[in-house]
Design a protein. Structure first.
Length: 145
């Protein structure tokens, strides 16, 4: 026969353990403010549109960088070509480096997470490293993410 109160104590211990686990696994906000953005908020597919141009946009696919903890890597597809990407987000500022040949930086994406977008919209400037040509862009998180 169990001493009185043991069942309640076991239940309380289980409840506290479950609560602690929920707090540690739910450490990223569902609607992050720009300063709360981390690399994991960038994972997935993004659609890029060039501002003020009728040119076709681009599709970015970003994932966890295997060697740099809070960074991303991926690719961008634009105009029938694919280039590699690597970068991060720090305090709401996005920096992506683009490489067409996998050896040198061919362009940069510098942007800022929109304050009212829950981390789903980034505005900035794409700059070609060779010609210094600049294009204003808007990145939007693709549906489903």
């Amino acid at each position: 026969m169990k001493p009185a109160g043991m069942g309640g104590l076991c239940g309380l211990v289980l409840l506290l353990a479950a609560s602690a686990q929920a707090q540690t696994t739910d450490s990223t906000p569902a609607c992050p403010a720009p300063h709360e953005m981390r690399a994991l908020h960038l994972y997935g597919t993004w659609q890029a549109q060039w501002q003020g141009e009728d040119a076709p946009g681009a599709t970015l696919q970003l994932e966890r960088h295997p060697e740099l903890g809070d960074s991303v890597r991926g690719r961008v597809e634009r105009d029938g070509t694919t280039a590699l990407l690597a970068g991060d987000v720090d305090d709401g500022d996005l920096t992506l480096e683009e490489s067409r040949d996998g050896k040198r930086i061919s362009a940069t994406w510098i942007g800022r997470v929109d304050a009212d977008s829950c981390g789903k919209l980034i505005r900035g400037t794409w700059t070609d490293a060779d010609t210094e040509a600049r294009r204003e862009f808007v990145l939007r998180r693709a549906a489903g993410w």
